[in-house]
Design a binder for this molecule. Sequence first.
Ligand SMILES: CC(C)(COP(=O)(O)OP(=O)(O)OC[C@H]1O[C@@H](n2cnc3c(N)ncnc32)[C@H](O)[C@@H]1OP(=O)(O)O)[C@@H](O)C(=O)NCCC(=O)NCCS
Length: 181
Amino acid sequence: MTHVDLRPFDDDDADAVFEMMRDPDAVAQAAFTADDPSDRAAFDAWLERHRADDRVSMFVVTDDGGFAGTAAAFTVDGDREVTFWITRHAQSRGVASAALRLLVAREAERPLYARVAADNAASIAVLTKNGFSEIRRQRAPTPPRVAPRSTNSCSPSRPRSTGSDRTSLQATSPAGLREGR
Ligand SMILES: CC(C)(COP(=O)(O)OP(=O)(O)OC[C@H]1O[C@@H](n2cnc3c(N)ncnc32)[C@H](O)[C@@H]1OP(=O)(O)O)[C@@H](O)C(=O)NCCC(=O)NCCS
């Protein structure tokens, strides 16, 4: 693995993030996706909303200085959640694991939560390596029920599936511990 770091989001990062978040393979993995991942106007509005929200800490993940993805923490219904997304060319090299470790170290609040698709084994592995453990498994709710909640978060606008065959998994860090150090 190369040198992974977090830096503040910059206007010039928008194109790379847009491309990353509409990669069909990534969209199939993620727990939350945009209604239309190729809708640039909707993406820009989503990005602007979250950059203006002081409850959202949004970072660009860098790998040897180059763009490698995003990592963020945000508050939903009083819970502090983390999320991460690594661009295709940087995957499977420990980048998400290192980025989450850095993000957890920057976040003062405990416990931290994360929600992932239950079949996203790589994402679950990243969380587990950083001290998170599963606390709940639930079927993906339908978009109308979760839309108000998730549009307030750093996650894109809806769960990726409305089907009853999908489950999502909620993980939490142990209370009072500083994981990933
Ligand atoms: C999921 C994702 C974050 C992983 O990023 P990454 O940088 O490749 O992850 P890392 O290399 O740090 O670690 C991946 C771990 O998953 C493991 N893994 C990968 N595929 C796996 C599988 N099918 N089953 C079990 N473990 C798997 C790897 O072995 C690795 O663990 P290890 O380091 O102990 O060997 C990345 O693929 C991604 O961003 N995908 C699209 C969006 C997404 O799913 N975001 C997640 C939050 S919604």
